[in-house]
Write a protein that binds this ligand. Structure first.
Ligand SMILES: *Cc1c(COP(=O)(O)O)cnc(C)c1O
Length: 378
């Protein structure tokens, strides 16, 4: 049997977390301490995150999905209300709107940034519109000036789905350090992770107190045995084991993001200026000011079948992702009246996008290997 050089190369996944020995030891210490669930490590992580976001109140949770649901609940959004969002996201972004009893209203995306097209938002606003959930796709922020101008004019709450945007900037300010509610995910694929988890940046201590109630069955405690429940909360608290991972990760956030940016730069250099013209594929927006380079996407030309392309890349030992299929075309959403053709840009991107490998432990030669594989598969 002959072995080709390609098959000797290690499998390259589209993402992989970087976990150092200090972090592994810190988790072990938590396990030995006997205090596994929310405790001192959660408090410490919340304090560090709050400092990172310019002193705004921050609470941690067990996902970056419940964070958004809780933000909507704090804002009092529910049955009869409409919430505007993007069809190009992980389905969580729209599911939370349904979860609180409100109605999702989609607005198509910008073909270049893949973020919600803010120029189309005003046409979707009705007397029932209460909030907007924009997504900073791949860590490339939405136009925050335009977003908050619309929110102010129409008196809308904003829940930024910044799941992918930790460390992203707008006019030099960190996403999360300003604005209304800002939600981050620490799911294992994100730029920093806690295995599963998330955090919500809030506006004031009153909102933070309410977030704590929604996080744990609506419970508030006083004294040694005082307890009351006055809102319907869920079970959304982060464990100290997760928080210990997060503390090990946040230390390295700047380093991780700098490496992602360097790798993204190398992707552009390796694809070369003629790549789009020669292949019909589209590269992402080359933003090296604001983006945290959570992912590196290319949009395949219509002539290419995505599943076949992904299989060819797999045969070369390279794993790809696709982020995301348009949400409104899922059965749950079709049953609510959404159909093909309603948001053509999100539909096209949803069918043709692929996510190339990008994570801090990658090398420049890994990038070159991906680029030559992409070129050969096109
Ligand atoms: C990861 C992600 C979420 C969900 O976060 P979880 O922590 O997995 O609940 C929501 N929106 C976007 C855009 C994401 O990337």
């Amino acid at each position: 049997m002959s072995v080709t050089p390609q098959s000797k190369l290690e499998f390259l996944p589209f993402t992989k977390p970087t976990i150092d020995e200090d972090t592994i030891n810190a988790v072990t210490e938590v396990l030995r301490s006997g205090w596994l669930t929310s405790g001192p490590k959660v408090k410490e992580l919340e304090a560090q995150l709050s400092a990172y976001f310019g002193g705004r109140p921050v609470r941690t949770f067990n996902s970056g999905t419940c964070t958004m649901e809780i933000a909507l609940r704090i804002a009092g959004i529910g049955a009869g209300d409409e919430v505007i969002t993007t069809p190009n996201s992980w389905v969580a972004t729209a599911n939370v709107i349904i979860e609180v009893g409100a109605t999702p209203v989609f607005v198509d995306i910008d073909p270049k940034t893949h973020n919600i097209d803010l120029n189309k938002v005003e046409a979707a606003i009705t007397s029932k519109t209460k909030a907007i959930i924009p997504v900073h796709m791949c860590g490339l922020p939405c136009d925050m000036d335009q977003l908050y101008a619309i929110a102010k004019q129409y008196n809308l709450r904003v829940v930024e789905d910044a799941a992918q945007a930790i460390g992203s900037l707008w006019h030099g300010q960190r996403i999360g350090s300003f604005g209304d509610f800002v939600s981050f995910s620490f799911q294992v694929n994100k730029n920093i992770m806690t295995a599963e988890g998330g955090c919500l940046v809030l506006n004031n201590e009153a909102e933070a107190k309410l977030a704590e109630k929604y996080r744990l069955q609506g419970v508030s405690r006083s004294g040694l045995d005082g307890i009351d429940v006055d809102v319907l909360g869920g079970k959304y608290n982060m464990t100290d084991m997760s928080a210990a991972i997060g503390l090990g990760q946040i230390k390295r956030l700047n380093e991780f993001n700098a490496k992602r940016k360097a790798l993204a730069t190398h992707y552009f250099n390796s694809f070369g200026e003629q790549f789009e013209l020669q292949t019909g594929a589209e590269l992402p927006v080359a933003d090296f000011t604001n983006s945290n380079w959570h992912m590196f996407h290319i949009v395949l030309p219509e002539r290419i079948n995505r599943a076949e392309f992904m299989q060819k890349m797999l045969d070369l030992g390279i794993g790809l992702g696709y982020h995301y299929r348009a949400i409104h075309l899922f059965t749950l959403y079709r049953e609510r009246g959404f159909t093909d053709g309603m948001f053509p840009i999100a539909e096209r991107i949803g069918k043709q996008i692929v996510t190339l490998p990008l994570f801090p432990a990658m090398s420049e030669s890994d990038v070159e290997r991906v680029v030559s594989a992409v070129k050969s598969c096109l």
